[in-house]
Design a protein around this ligand. Structure first.
Ligand code: NAP
Length: 337
Protein backbone atom coordinates (compact mmCIF):
# COMPACT_ATOMS: atom_id res chain seq x y z
CA UNK A 1 0.00 0.00 0.00
CA UNK A 2 1.37 3.46 -0.89
CA UNK A 3 1.91 5.84 1.97
CA UNK A 4 -0.56 8.70 2.48
CA UNK A 5 0.33 12.14 1.16
CA UNK A 6 -0.38 15.37 3.01
CA UNK A 7 -0.14 19.03 2.04
CA UNK A 8 0.35 21.49 4.91
CA UNK A 9 -0.16 25.22 4.38
CA UNK A 10 1.55 27.41 6.97
CA UNK A 11 4.19 24.72 7.38
CA UNK A 12 6.88 27.20 8.44
CA UNK A 13 4.79 28.35 11.40
CA UNK A 14 4.46 26.97 14.90
CA UNK A 15 1.72 24.41 14.25
CA UNK A 16 2.83 23.58 10.71
CA UNK A 17 6.27 22.53 11.90
CA UNK A 18 4.91 20.31 14.70
CA UNK A 19 2.33 18.82 12.34
CA UNK A 20 4.97 18.05 9.70
CA UNK A 21 6.98 16.23 12.39
CA UNK A 22 3.92 14.26 13.48
CA UNK A 23 2.96 13.26 9.93
CA UNK A 24 6.50 12.28 8.92
CA UNK A 25 6.65 10.17 12.08
CA UNK A 26 3.46 8.41 10.98
CA UNK A 27 4.98 7.58 7.60
CA UNK A 28 3.26 10.25 5.50
CA UNK A 29 4.78 11.87 2.44
CA UNK A 30 4.61 15.50 3.56
CA UNK A 31 4.53 18.58 1.34
CA UNK A 32 4.45 22.13 2.66
CA UNK A 33 3.42 25.43 1.12
CA UNK A 34 5.86 28.22 1.98
CA UNK A 35 5.87 31.81 0.84
CA UNK A 36 8.83 33.06 -1.13
CA UNK A 37 9.56 35.46 1.72
CA UNK A 38 9.95 32.40 3.90
CA UNK A 39 13.12 31.38 2.08
CA UNK A 40 15.59 31.87 4.89
CA UNK A 41 12.76 31.84 7.45
CA UNK A 42 12.38 28.08 7.66
CA UNK A 43 14.07 27.70 11.05
CA UNK A 44 11.35 25.49 12.48
CA UNK A 45 11.40 22.95 9.64
CA UNK A 46 15.02 22.94 8.46
CA UNK A 47 15.67 19.70 10.36
CA UNK A 48 12.78 18.00 8.50
CA UNK A 49 13.66 18.93 4.92
CA UNK A 50 14.21 16.26 2.32
CA UNK A 51 17.75 16.21 0.96
CA UNK A 52 17.84 14.67 -2.55
CA UNK A 53 21.65 14.85 -2.61
CA UNK A 54 22.00 12.71 0.50
CA UNK A 55 18.98 10.60 -0.47
CA UNK A 56 17.17 11.63 2.71
CA UNK A 57 13.36 11.70 2.55
CA UNK A 58 11.41 14.27 4.50
CA UNK A 59 9.38 17.41 4.17
CA UNK A 60 9.19 18.81 0.63
CA UNK A 61 8.71 22.58 0.50
CA UNK A 62 6.86 24.25 -2.39
CA UNK A 63 6.88 27.96 -2.99
CA UNK A 64 3.46 29.53 -3.14
CA UNK A 65 1.12 32.04 -1.59
CA UNK A 66 -2.48 31.80 -0.43
CA UNK A 67 -3.24 34.91 -2.48
CA UNK A 68 -2.31 33.11 -5.74
CA UNK A 69 -5.18 30.91 -6.99
CA UNK A 70 -3.43 29.47 -10.02
CA UNK A 71 -0.47 28.37 -7.88
CA UNK A 72 -2.84 26.59 -5.50
CA UNK A 73 -4.44 24.75 -8.44
CA UNK A 74 -1.09 23.72 -9.92
CA UNK A 75 0.26 22.61 -6.56
CA UNK A 76 -2.76 20.48 -5.70
CA UNK A 77 -2.70 18.89 -9.18
CA UNK A 78 0.99 18.10 -8.82
CA UNK A 79 0.83 16.65 -5.30
CA UNK A 80 -2.70 15.15 -5.35
CA UNK A 81 -2.70 14.87 -1.55
CA UNK A 82 -4.93 12.56 0.46
CA UNK A 83 -5.13 15.11 3.25
CA UNK A 84 -4.81 18.91 3.28
CA UNK A 85 -4.06 20.70 6.55
CA UNK A 86 -4.78 24.36 5.96
CA UNK A 87 -2.93 26.28 8.69
CA UNK A 88 -1.62 29.22 6.66
CA UNK A 89 -3.06 32.56 7.76
CA UNK A 90 -2.20 35.99 9.02
CA UNK A 91 -2.27 35.05 12.67
CA UNK A 92 -1.60 38.25 14.61
CA UNK A 93 -4.91 39.63 15.91
CA UNK A 94 -3.44 43.00 16.92
CA UNK A 95 -1.76 43.46 13.52
CA UNK A 96 -5.04 42.73 11.75
CA UNK A 97 -6.51 46.02 13.02
CA UNK A 98 -3.83 47.86 11.02
CA UNK A 99 -4.11 45.55 7.97
CA UNK A 100 -7.76 44.43 7.77
CA UNK A 101 -7.83 44.04 4.00
CA UNK A 102 -4.78 41.84 3.96
CA UNK A 103 -6.20 39.71 6.82
CA UNK A 104 -9.38 39.17 4.79
CA UNK A 105 -7.38 38.38 1.66
CA UNK A 106 -4.94 35.84 3.12
CA UNK A 107 -7.05 34.26 5.85
CA UNK A 108 -10.59 34.53 4.45
CA UNK A 109 -10.20 34.53 0.67
CA UNK A 110 -7.09 32.33 0.92
CA UNK A 111 -9.26 29.54 2.35
CA UNK A 112 -11.90 30.04 -0.35
CA UNK A 113 -9.18 29.90 -3.05
CA UNK A 114 -7.79 26.66 -1.65
CA UNK A 115 -11.25 25.06 -1.39
CA UNK A 116 -12.11 26.18 -4.92
CA UNK A 117 -8.85 24.67 -6.19
CA UNK A 118 -9.81 21.35 -4.56
CA UNK A 119 -13.28 21.52 -6.12
CA UNK A 120 -12.05 22.53 -9.59
CA UNK A 121 -9.62 19.67 -9.95
CA UNK A 122 -12.11 17.34 -8.29
CA UNK A 123 -9.74 15.72 -5.81
CA UNK A 124 -11.00 13.11 -3.39
CA UNK A 125 -9.29 14.29 -0.22
CA UNK A 126 -9.87 15.27 3.39
CA UNK A 127 -9.50 18.92 4.37
CA UNK A 128 -8.67 20.37 7.79
CA UNK A 129 -8.95 24.11 8.47
CA UNK A 130 -7.46 25.84 11.51
CA UNK A 131 -10.35 28.00 12.66
CA UNK A 132 -9.98 30.11 15.78
CA UNK A 133 -11.58 30.76 19.14
CA UNK A 134 -11.29 34.44 18.21
CA UNK A 135 -14.43 33.86 16.08
CA UNK A 136 -16.48 33.66 19.30
CA UNK A 137 -15.61 37.22 20.34
CA UNK A 138 -17.80 38.11 23.32
CA UNK A 139 -19.95 34.96 23.18
CA UNK A 140 -20.51 33.58 26.70
CA UNK A 141 -17.86 31.10 27.84
CA UNK A 142 -17.10 28.26 27.93
CA UNK A 143 -17.48 28.40 24.16
CA UNK A 144 -18.38 25.21 22.31
CA UNK A 145 -19.02 24.13 18.72
CA UNK A 146 -22.52 25.69 18.68
CA UNK A 147 -21.71 28.97 20.44
CA UNK A 148 -22.62 32.08 18.43
CA UNK A 149 -19.82 33.64 16.39
CA UNK A 150 -19.33 37.32 17.27
CA UNK A 151 -16.01 38.39 15.73
CA UNK A 152 -14.41 41.51 17.23
CA UNK A 153 -11.33 41.95 15.03
CA UNK A 154 -10.49 41.84 11.30
CA UNK A 155 -8.60 38.60 12.02
CA UNK A 156 -11.67 37.02 13.62
CA UNK A 157 -13.89 38.21 10.79
CA UNK A 158 -11.57 36.61 8.24
CA UNK A 159 -11.59 33.35 10.25
CA UNK A 160 -15.40 33.39 10.30
CA UNK A 161 -15.38 33.74 6.49
CA UNK A 162 -13.01 30.77 6.23
CA UNK A 163 -15.03 28.74 8.75
CA UNK A 164 -18.26 29.17 6.76
CA UNK A 165 -16.46 28.44 3.49
CA UNK A 166 -15.35 25.10 4.95
CA UNK A 167 -18.87 24.32 6.16
CA UNK A 168 -20.27 25.19 2.73
CA UNK A 169 -17.71 22.95 1.03
CA UNK A 170 -18.86 20.13 3.29
CA UNK A 171 -22.60 20.75 3.27
CA UNK A 172 -23.04 21.98 -0.33
CA UNK A 173 -20.27 20.20 -2.24
CA UNK A 174 -19.90 17.09 -0.07
CA UNK A 175 -16.19 17.60 0.64
CA UNK A 176 -14.80 15.82 3.70
CA UNK A 177 -13.86 19.17 5.27
CA UNK A 178 -13.64 20.12 8.96
CA UNK A 179 -12.94 23.12 11.13
CA UNK A 180 -10.74 22.68 14.18
CA UNK A 181 -11.82 25.54 16.42
CA UNK A 182 -8.52 26.15 18.14
CA UNK A 183 -8.09 27.94 21.42
CA UNK A 184 -4.68 29.45 22.25
CA UNK A 185 -1.82 26.99 22.11
CA UNK A 186 1.77 27.96 22.63
CA UNK A 187 5.30 26.62 22.37
CA UNK A 188 8.86 27.86 22.04
CA UNK A 189 8.08 28.11 18.30
CA UNK A 190 5.37 30.73 18.81
CA UNK A 191 6.09 33.95 16.89
CA UNK A 192 8.01 36.35 19.18
CA UNK A 193 5.26 39.01 19.10
CA UNK A 194 2.76 36.80 20.97
CA UNK A 195 2.24 37.52 24.64
CA UNK A 196 3.35 34.16 26.05
CA UNK A 197 6.66 34.29 24.15
CA UNK A 198 7.20 37.91 25.17
CA UNK A 199 6.63 37.09 28.84
CA UNK A 200 8.73 33.91 28.79
CA UNK A 201 11.57 35.62 26.95
CA UNK A 202 11.50 38.56 29.39
CA UNK A 203 11.47 36.31 32.46
CA UNK A 204 14.44 34.32 31.15
CA UNK A 205 16.35 37.42 30.09
CA UNK A 206 15.77 39.29 33.35
CA UNK A 207 16.79 36.20 35.35
CA UNK A 208 20.08 36.23 33.43
CA UNK A 209 20.59 39.92 34.13
CA UNK A 210 19.61 41.10 30.64
CA UNK A 211 16.97 43.81 31.01
CA UNK A 212 14.62 44.71 33.84
CA UNK A 213 11.09 45.07 32.49
CA UNK A 214 8.58 43.82 29.95
CA UNK A 215 5.71 45.99 28.71
CA UNK A 216 2.29 44.35 28.32
CA UNK A 217 -1.26 45.38 27.42
CA UNK A 218 -4.43 43.93 28.98
CA UNK A 219 -3.35 41.75 31.92
CA UNK A 220 -6.93 40.75 32.72
CA UNK A 221 -7.71 39.00 29.42
CA UNK A 222 -8.74 35.43 30.21
CA UNK A 223 -7.56 32.74 27.81
CA UNK A 224 -7.38 28.98 27.51
CA UNK A 225 -3.72 28.13 26.87
CA UNK A 226 -2.50 24.69 25.79
CA UNK A 227 0.66 23.18 24.29
CA UNK A 228 0.93 23.26 20.47
CA UNK A 229 2.31 19.72 19.83
CA UNK A 230 -0.82 18.29 21.46
CA UNK A 231 -3.11 20.39 19.25
CA UNK A 232 -1.61 19.04 16.03
CA UNK A 233 -2.44 15.54 17.32
CA UNK A 234 -6.06 16.74 17.53
CA UNK A 235 -5.91 18.06 13.95
CA UNK A 236 -4.73 14.69 12.68
CA UNK A 237 -7.37 12.82 14.73
CA UNK A 238 -10.10 15.02 13.24
CA UNK A 239 -9.20 13.93 9.71
CA UNK A 240 -9.09 10.25 10.65
CA UNK A 241 -12.70 10.24 11.93
CA UNK A 242 -15.24 8.55 9.64
CA UNK A 243 -17.55 11.58 9.58
CA UNK A 244 -16.42 15.18 8.96
CA UNK A 245 -17.29 17.03 12.18
CA UNK A 246 -16.05 20.37 13.58
CA UNK A 247 -14.37 20.22 16.99
CA UNK A 248 -13.21 22.65 19.63
CA UNK A 249 -9.63 21.93 20.71
CA UNK A 250 -8.98 23.57 24.09
CA UNK A 251 -7.88 22.75 27.63
CA UNK A 252 -11.09 24.01 29.25
CA UNK A 253 -9.03 25.93 31.83
CA UNK A 254 -9.08 29.70 32.37
CA UNK A 255 -6.06 31.87 33.11
CA UNK A 256 -5.35 35.58 32.86
CA UNK A 257 -2.31 37.08 31.19
CA UNK A 258 -1.31 38.04 34.74
CA UNK A 259 -1.41 34.33 35.75
CA UNK A 260 1.01 33.52 32.92
CA UNK A 261 3.32 36.35 33.96
CA UNK A 262 3.23 35.17 37.58
CA UNK A 263 4.01 31.55 36.57
CA UNK A 264 6.84 32.47 34.16
CA UNK A 265 8.59 34.84 36.56
CA UNK A 266 8.08 32.49 39.54
CA UNK A 267 9.82 29.72 37.58
CA UNK A 268 13.03 31.78 37.63
CA UNK A 269 12.50 32.94 41.22
CA UNK A 270 11.25 36.45 40.38
CA UNK A 271 8.20 38.47 41.43
CA UNK A 272 6.36 39.46 38.24
CA UNK A 273 4.96 42.67 39.79
CA UNK A 274 8.49 44.13 39.87
CA UNK A 275 9.14 43.50 36.17
CA UNK A 276 5.87 43.97 34.26
CA UNK A 277 4.77 47.41 33.11
CA UNK A 278 1.42 48.28 31.58
CA UNK A 279 1.25 50.19 28.28
CA UNK A 280 -2.20 51.16 27.07
CA UNK A 281 -0.90 51.36 23.48
CA UNK A 282 -0.79 47.56 23.58
CA UNK A 283 -4.51 47.32 24.39
CA UNK A 284 -6.48 46.37 21.27
CA UNK A 285 -9.18 48.64 19.84
CA UNK A 286 -11.76 45.92 20.64
CA UNK A 287 -10.77 43.44 23.33
CA UNK A 288 -12.10 39.93 23.77
CA UNK A 289 -12.30 39.44 27.52
CA UNK A 290 -12.83 35.71 28.02
CA UNK A 291 -12.06 32.83 25.65
CA UNK A 292 -12.30 29.46 27.39
CA UNK A 293 -13.23 26.39 25.39
CA UNK A 294 -15.32 23.33 26.10
CA UNK A 295 -13.36 20.44 24.53
CA UNK A 296 -15.78 17.73 25.65
CA UNK A 297 -16.92 16.76 22.13
CA UNK A 298 -13.31 16.20 21.03
CA UNK A 299 -12.69 14.08 24.15
CA UNK A 300 -15.85 12.05 23.61
CA UNK A 301 -15.67 11.53 19.84
CA UNK A 302 -11.93 11.64 19.12
CA UNK A 303 -10.41 10.63 22.43
CA UNK A 304 -8.36 13.84 22.26
CA UNK A 305 -7.34 15.29 25.60
CA UNK A 306 -4.79 18.01 26.39
CA UNK A 307 -2.03 17.00 28.80
CA UNK A 308 -0.18 20.28 29.43
CA UNK A 309 -1.69 23.18 31.35
CA UNK A 310 -0.52 26.66 32.29
CA UNK A 311 1.94 26.08 35.14
CA UNK A 312 3.79 23.37 33.17
CA UNK A 313 3.45 25.34 29.92
CA UNK A 314 5.10 28.36 31.56
CA UNK A 315 8.02 26.18 32.65
CA UNK A 316 8.46 24.78 29.12
CA UNK A 317 8.43 28.25 27.57
CA UNK A 318 10.84 29.83 30.05
CA UNK A 319 13.25 26.87 29.99
CA UNK A 320 13.38 27.06 26.17
CA UNK A 321 14.19 30.78 26.33
CA UNK A 322 16.86 30.15 28.97
CA UNK A 323 18.50 27.51 26.82
CA UNK A 324 18.53 29.85 23.81
CA UNK A 325 19.98 32.72 25.83
CA UNK A 326 22.54 30.56 27.59
CA UNK A 327 23.42 28.44 24.55
CA UNK A 328 25.45 29.22 21.44
CA UNK A 329 24.19 32.35 19.64
CA UNK A 330 22.40 30.58 16.77
CA UNK A 331 19.16 32.56 16.83
CA UNK A 332 17.31 29.20 16.90
CA UNK A 333 14.08 29.08 18.88
CA UNK A 334 13.08 25.49 18.24
CA UNK A 335 12.25 23.18 21.10
CA UNK A 336 14.89 20.57 21.63
CA UNK A 337 13.73 16.99 21.96
P1 NAP B 1 1.99 30.98 12.72
O1 NAP B 1 3.13 30.42 13.47
O2 NAP B 1 1.84 32.47 12.65
O3 NAP B 1 2.04 30.39 11.23
C1 NAP B 1 1.28 30.95 10.20
C2 NAP B 1 1.78 30.39 8.89
O4 NAP B 1 1.00 30.94 7.82
C3 NAP B 1 3.24 30.72 8.59
O5 NAP B 1 3.86 29.57 8.05
C4 NAP B 1 3.13 31.81 7.54
O6 NAP B 1 4.23 31.86 6.66
C5 NAP B 1 1.90 31.33 6.78
N1 NAP B 1 1.36 32.39 5.93
C6 NAP B 1 1.04 33.66 6.28
N2 NAP B 1 0.62 34.34 5.20
C7 NAP B 1 0.67 33.49 4.13
C8 NAP B 1 0.39 33.62 2.75
N3 NAP B 1 -0.05 34.77 2.22
N4 NAP B 1 0.57 32.52 1.95
C9 NAP B 1 1.03 31.36 2.48
N5 NAP B 1 1.33 31.18 3.78
C10 NAP B 1 1.16 32.24 4.60
O7 NAP B 1 0.61 30.42 13.28
P2 NAP B 1 0.29 29.11 14.16
O8 NAP B 1 0.27 29.50 15.58
O9 NAP B 1 1.14 27.99 13.70
O10 NAP B 1 -1.22 28.85 13.76
C11 NAP B 1 -1.57 27.91 12.73
C12 NAP B 1 -3.03 28.12 12.37
O11 NAP B 1 -3.85 27.91 13.52
C13 NAP B 1 -3.34 29.54 11.89
O12 NAP B 1 -4.31 29.48 10.88
C14 NAP B 1 -3.92 30.22 13.11
O13 NAP B 1 -4.79 31.30 12.82
C15 NAP B 1 -4.67 29.05 13.75
N6 NAP B 1 -4.84 29.24 15.18
C16 NAP B 1 -3.74 29.25 15.98
C17 NAP B 1 -3.91 29.47 17.34
C18 NAP B 1 -2.72 29.47 18.28
O14 NAP B 1 -2.93 29.72 19.48
N7 NAP B 1 -1.52 29.19 17.81
C19 NAP B 1 -5.19 29.66 17.87
C20 NAP B 1 -6.27 29.66 17.00
C21 NAP B 1 -6.10 29.43 15.66
P3 NAP B 1 5.48 32.83 6.91
O15 NAP B 1 6.45 31.99 7.70
O16 NAP B 1 5.94 33.13 5.53
O17 NAP B 1 4.98 34.03 7.65
Amino acid sequence: MSRPTALVTGVTGQDGSYLAELLLGKGYEVHGLARRVSAGATTHVDHLLADPYEGRGGLVLHEGDLTDSSRLVSLLSEIAPDEVYHLGAQTDVAASFAQPESAADVTGLGTIRLLEAVRLIDLDLRFFHAASAQMFGDSPSPQHEDSPLRPRSPHALAKVTAYWAVRAAREVHGLHAVNGILFNHESPRRAPSFVTRRIARAAAGIALGRGRHVTLGNLDAVRDWGFAPEYVEGMWAMLQADEPVDHVLATGTAHTVEDVARACFAHVGLDWTRHVRFDERLVRPAEVDVLVGDPSRAARELGWRPRTFVPELARILVDAELSVLEGPATGMTSLAG
